[in-house]
Write a protein that binds this ligand. Structure first.
Ligand SMILES: Cc1cc2nc3c(=O)[nH]c(=O)nc-3n(C[C@H](O)[C@H](O)[C@H](O)COP(=O)(O)OP(=O)(O)OC[C@H]3O[C@@H](n4cnc5c(N)ncnc54)[C@H](O)[C@@H]3O)c2cc1C
Length: 401
C-alpha cells in the first residue's frame, strides 16, 4: 500500500493499468540514443507522438468523443506525464507538450470547435499551440500589443507572439489578442488561428538550453482576417480571453509540476544505480554517508512534491465542475508547481553531483535532464508570479494552507 495511486481507491485500478500502458510504450520505443540525437538536432519526435496518439496517451482525461483517453479524472494526465518522462525526460516532455493548450479549447470552445480541432491533436496528427506571451508582455499580459479589430463579422489581427511552444509544428492553436485596448485585460479575446492562413508567419527559435526537441517559435500576424466563428467559445467568448486564460492556467500549470516529478524520478533512478556501482576508496560510493544524505534527501523531496502534485491534480476534477473557488485552485496549483519545480532543481543537481565528473558529460544523461528541467521554473507563470498568486488567494480569504 505505498503506491501513491492507492490514495485514490476509486481510480487506482484503472490508473495503474494506464501507467502500465505508458511504461510499456516507453520501454518499446524510447532510448537515450534517440533522445540525445533529437536534443542535438532540436527535432520533435513525430513518430513517437503519433504512436502515443494511437494509444490514447496524449489526452487521457479528455472524453473519447474527441479522441481523448476517456478517463474521468485529471490524475490520468499526471500519471502518463510522470511515467513517460521518468522513462526518458527529453522524449517524454516533447510528447506530452504536443497538445499544449488544447485543454483550453476543451474547456471553453464551442461543441463545433472541439469536434473539429481536438481529435487531430489527440490522434497525434498535429501539435497545438497557446500564444499568450509577447516580447513586451511576458508575466504581465494585462495589456497586449496584438490587436484584433472588429470589422463586421470578422476580426483583423496584427501583432506578434514569442516563445510559442509548438508554433513551428502545429497546424493551429489559440491566440490571445486585445479586442478593446482601452479595457485592458477586460477587452481581450481568444482566437483559433491556423498557421497556414494568409498573413501568418512562423519563425522557429533555436538554441534553447533544454527541452530542445520541443519546437518553439514566434508568430507574426500581418492583418490576418479571422471570421467570428474562430473566436474561442463563439460570440460569448468576446472579451473573455484573459479570464479564460487564467482559468485554464489554474489547471495547466500542473503540467510542469508533473514534468518535474518525472524528471526527478529519472534523475534519482540514474543516481541510485550509479552510486551502487561506482567504487572509490575500495568501496561503492553508496556506502559513504554524504552520498546517502543526498539520496535520502532526494527521495524525500520527490515524495513530498509528488504528494502535492497529485493532490492538486485530484482537485481539478471538482474545479472543472465549478465546485472549487478559482482563486483557491490557483493557489493550490501554484504551490504544487513552485514546490515541485524548485526542488527538482536541487534533486537533479544532486544526481549530477553523485555522478562526479561523468555527470557533466552527455553520455550519462543527467546534465540533459537538468537542462530539460530548468524551464519548468520559468513557463506557465514564473515561480515568482506563482508565489504571488498564493498570497493573492490568502489576502482575499479564498484559501488557507
Ligand atoms: C521554452 C519556453 C516555452 C514557452 N512556451 C510558451 C507558450 O507556449 N506560450 C506562451 O504564451 N508563452 C510561452 N513561454 C513564455 C513564458 O511563459 C514567459 O517566458 C514567462 O511568462 C515569463 O515572461 P518573460 O520571459 O517575458 O519574463 P518577464 O515577465 O520579463 O520576467 C522577468 C523576471 O521578472 C520577474 N517578475 C516579473 N513580474 C514580476 C512581479 N510582479 N513580481 C516579481 N517578479 C516579477 C519574473 O518572475 C522573472 O524572474 C515560453 C517560454 C519558454 C522559455
Amino acid at each position: 500500500m505505498t503506491d501513491i495511486l492507492d490514495l485514490f481507491p476509486q481510480y487506482a485500478e484503472e490508473l495503474k493499468l494506464l501507467r502500465k500502458t505508458a511504461r510499456e510504450f516507453a520501454q518499446r520505443n524510447f532510448s537515450p540514443e534517440l533522445a540525445r540525437e533529437l536534443d542535438k538536432k532540436e527535432e520533435f519526435p513525430w513518430d513517437l507522438y503519433r504512436k502515443a496518439g494511437e494509444l490514447g496517451l496524449l489526452a487521457p482525461s479528455i472524453p473519447t468523443e474527441y479522441n481523448g483517453g476517456g478517463f474521468s479524472t485529471y490524475l490520468a494526465d499526471i500519471v502518463v506525464t510522470e511515467e513517460l518522462i521518468r522513462a526518458e525526460p527529453t522524449l517524454g516532455t516533447a510528447i506530452m507538450s504536443g497538445p499544449f493548450s488544447s485543454h483550453l479549447l476543451y474547456f471553453f470552445g464551442t461543441e463545433e470547435q472541439k469536434k473539429k480541432y481536438l481529435p487531430p491533436v489527440y490522434k497525434g496528427e498535429t501539435t497545438f499551440f497557446g500564444a499568450y506571451t509577447e516580447p513586451e508582455h511576458g508575466t504581465d499580459i494585462t495589456q497586449l500589443n496584438t490587436i484584433a479589430e472588429r470589422k463586421g463579422d470578422k476580426f483583423i489581427i496584427r501583432g506578434m507572439k514569442t516563445f510559442i511552444t509548438n508554433a513551428p509544428t502545429a497546424k493551429y492553436g489559440v491566440l490571445l489578442a486585445q479586442t478593446e485596448p482601452e479595457k485592458r485585460h477586460r477587452g481581450q479575446t481568444l482566437f483559433i488561428i491556423h498557421t497556414d492562413w494568409p498573413g501568418v508567419t512562423i519563425r522557429k527559435l533555436t538554441g534553447k538550453m533544454g527541452q530542445r526537441s520541443i519546437p518553439v517559435g514566434e508568430i507574426y500576424l500581418d492583418n490576418v482576417e479571422v471570421p467570428i466563428d474562430y473566436v474561442v467559445g463563439g460570440e460569448k467568448g468576446i472579451n473573455q480571453g484573459f479570464y479564460w486564460t487564467l482559468a485554464y492556467f489554474n489547471v495547466s500549470r500542473i503540467g510542469p509540476a508533473a514534468m518535474a516529478i518525472g524528471l526527478m524520478l529519472s534523475a534519482f533512478d540514474k543516481a541510485f544505480e550509479y552510486a551502487k556501482k561506482r567504487v572509490q576508496f575500495g568501496q561503492q560510493i553508496i556506502n559513504f554517508q554524504l552520498i546517502q544524505e543526498k539520496l535520502g534527501r532526494m527521495a524525500m523531496l520527490i515524495e513530498a512534491a509528488r504528494s502535492l502534485v497529485y493532490r492538486a491534480a485530484y482537485y481539478v476534477d471538482d474545479y472543472i465542475k465549478f465546485k472549487i473557488d478559482p482563486r483557491a485552485m490557483a493557489a493550490i496549483t501554484s504551490a504544487a508547481k513552485v514546490f515541485a519545480t524548485d526542488v527538482a532543481n536541487q534533486v537533479i543537481d544532486d544526481a549530477i553531483q553523485i555522478h562526479g565528473g561523468y555527470g557533466y558529460f552527455e553520455e550519462f544523461d543527467v546534465e540533459r535532464y537538468w537542462r530539460d528541467h530548468r524551464v519548468t521554473r520559468i513557463y506557465e507563470g514564473t515561480n515568482e508570479i506563482n508565489l504571488l498568486t498564493i498570497v493573492d488567494a490568502l489576502r482575499r480569504d479564498a484559501w488557507k494552507p
